[in-house]
Design a protein around this ligand. Structure first.
Ligand code: ADP
Length: 379
C-alpha cells in the first residue's frame, strides 16, 4: 500500500475547523510536528492555552479525519500551547513543534505518544542529584527488560556526563542511512543513542537551556528506533528547569526515581517526585541504590547507611517502592567495564535484584496502558 503523504494529510485536515474563528486548522497554521511512519501518524495542534479544554472536540475531529484515510493505522493528535514570540519560554510553555515536532502527550500506550510511533512506552530514570547510580540502574534495568524478551532502547539524556556508551561497551559513531535519521548503536540486544557518540570525550560542552531541549529532541526523534516495547531514558540528574522541561516534552509513560539511603530525609528524591507530578507523569516508584553493603568475601550484609529510608519514604509519599540494590563492587566493576551485571552474570543475586525491579516496572507499564486515557496538557 502506498505510504500516505504529508500533503494528503494536510488536505484532509482542511475539513477541520477551529470552532471560534471558523478557519480550518491548516490555514490557521495550527498543525505542527507532523510525523508519518508506516501508517502511524502523529501531530500537534497549537492552540491558545486558555482555549485548550474547549478545543477537545476539534482535536478529536482531527484525529477521526486522518484515521478515516486509506492506509492509516493509528493517529495521535495533541493540543499544545504555543510560545508567544518575545516571551521568555517557561517550561510549561515550551511546547509546540519547533524542534523536530515535539509536543506533549503524556500517558502510556502507543497511540498516546505523539511523534514517535512504534515506541510503546517511554520511561524516565531520574534522580534528585548526581552520583546516586542513576545510569547504572538505567543500563541494568534496560538490559533486564531485554532479557525478559522485550524490545528495548535506551536514550542517554544525561548530556552533561553521558556514561551509557562506556557502560554498554559501545564506541564509534552512529551511522545514517538517509542523511536525516541516525541509526542507534546496539549491544546486548539493546539499542542506544547518546550524546557521548556524537561529541568527543574531551570536548567540554556548555549547555544552555534551549540547546538542551533541542539536543534531547534530536536524540529522541531523529533516531531510527524502529519498533520498541520500551525506551528507557537516562535523565540528567537534578530537578532544575531543564529537567522539568524535559519531563514535560518527552512523552513519558512513567518515571522511576533512584535514591540512596544516605540522604535520609530523601529531600532530593522528593523534589524529583514533585517535578513529575507537576507535569502529570506517573511515578512508577522509587529504587534505593547502594542500599546495603554485601561483603564480597563472606556475603554478610551491612546496613551502613541506615538502609530502608527510601522504602519508608515511598510509603509516606504514597509511591511504590520498586526494590533495593546493594552496594557491591561487582555492580560497579561490571557496569563501568562495559559488561553490566545483568548480562555478565544474569543469574547472580545482584542481577536478580535488577531483574525483579524490571518485572515490577513492566507490570506497572502494562497496567497503566490498560487505563490510559487521552489527556490535554495545555495549561
Ligand atoms: P549517576 O548516573 O547517578 O551519576 P552512576 O550510575 O554513574 O551515577 O554511578 C556512579 C558510580 O557509582 C559509578 O562508578 C557506578 O559504577 C557506581 N555504582 C552505582 N551503583 C552502584 C552499586 N549499587 N554498587 C556499587 N557501585 C555502584
Amino acid at each position: 500500500m502506498a505510504q500516505v503523504t504529508e500533503q494528503q494529510i494536510l488536505d484532509a485536515l482542511k475539513a477541520v475547523q477551529d470552532p471560534d474563528t471558523g478557519k480550518d486548522v491548516v490555514s490557521a497554521g495550527m498543525v505542527s510536528g507532523l510525523v508519518i511512519k508506516d501508517g502511524n501518524v502523529a501531530f500537534a495542534l497549537e492552540v491558545d492555552p486558555q482555549r485548550g479544554p474547549k478545543l477537545e472536540p476539534m482535536r478529536k475531529q482531527a484525529e477521526k479525519t486522518v484515521h478515516a484515510m486509506d492506509g492509516i493505522l493509528s493517529v495521535s493528535v495533541v493540543l499544545t500551547a504555543e510560545t508567544t514570540p518575545g516571551q521568555t519560554p517557561q517550561p510549561q510553555q515550551m511546547q509546540g513543534g519547533h524542534a523536530g515536532g515535539q509536543s506533549t502527550g503524556h500517558g502510556s500506550g502507543k497511540d498516546m505518544i505523539p511523534g514517535i510511533p512504534g515506541i510503546k512506552h517511554i520511561i524516565a530514570v531520574a534522580s534528585g542529584k548526581g552520583g546516586v547510580g542513576k545510569s547504572t540502574v538505567s543500563v541494568n534495568l534496560a538490559l533486564a527488560l531485554a532479557l525478559d524478551g522485550h524490545k528495548v532502547g535506551m536514550m542517554d539524556a544525561d548530556i552533561y556526563g553521558p556514561s551509557q556508551p562506556r557502560m554498554m561497551g559501545l564506541s564509534g559513531q552512529p551511522k545514517t542511512n538517509d542523511g536525516e535519521t541516525l541509526e542507534p548503536m546496539e549491544n546486548y540486544g539493546v539499542k542506544v543513542m547518546s550524546m557521548g557518540f556524537l561529541i568527543p570525550d574531551d570536548t567540554p560542552m556548555i549547555w544552555r537551556g534551549p540547546m538542551v531541549m533541542s539536543a534531547i529532541q534530536q536524540l529522541l526523534r531523529d533516531v531510527n528506533w524502529g519498533e520498541l516495547d520500551v525506551l528507557v531514558v537516562d535523565m540528567p540528574p537534578g530537578t532544575g528547569d531543564a529537567q522539568l522541561t524535559m519531563a514535560q516534552q518527552v512523552p513519558l509513560a512513567g518515571a522511576v526515581i533512584v535514591s540512596t539511603p544516605q540522604d535520609i530525609s530523601l529531600l532530593d528524591a522528593r523534589k524529583g517526585l514533585n517535578m513529575f507530578r507537576k507535569v502529570e507523569v506517573p511515578v512508577l516508584g522509587i529504587i534505593e541504590n547502594m542500599s546495603y553493603f554485601a561483603c564480597p568475601s563472606c556475603g554478610h550484609r551491612s546496613e551502613i547507611f541506615s538502609h530502608g529510608g527510601a522504602r519508608k519514604e515511598a510509603d509516606r509519599l504514597g509511591v511504590d517502592f520498586l526494590g533495593e540494590i546493594p552496594l557491591d563492587i561487582e555492580i560497579r566493576e561490571t557496569s563501568d567495564g562495559g559488561h553490566p551485571i545483568v548480562v555478565s552474570k544474569p543469574d547472580s543475586e545482584n542481577a536478580k535484584v535488577f531483574r525483579q525491579i524490571a518485572e515490577r516496572v513492566w507490570a506497572k507499564l502494562e497496567a497503566s496502558e490498560a487505563k490510559a486515557m487521552p489527556k490535554i496538557l495545555v495549561q
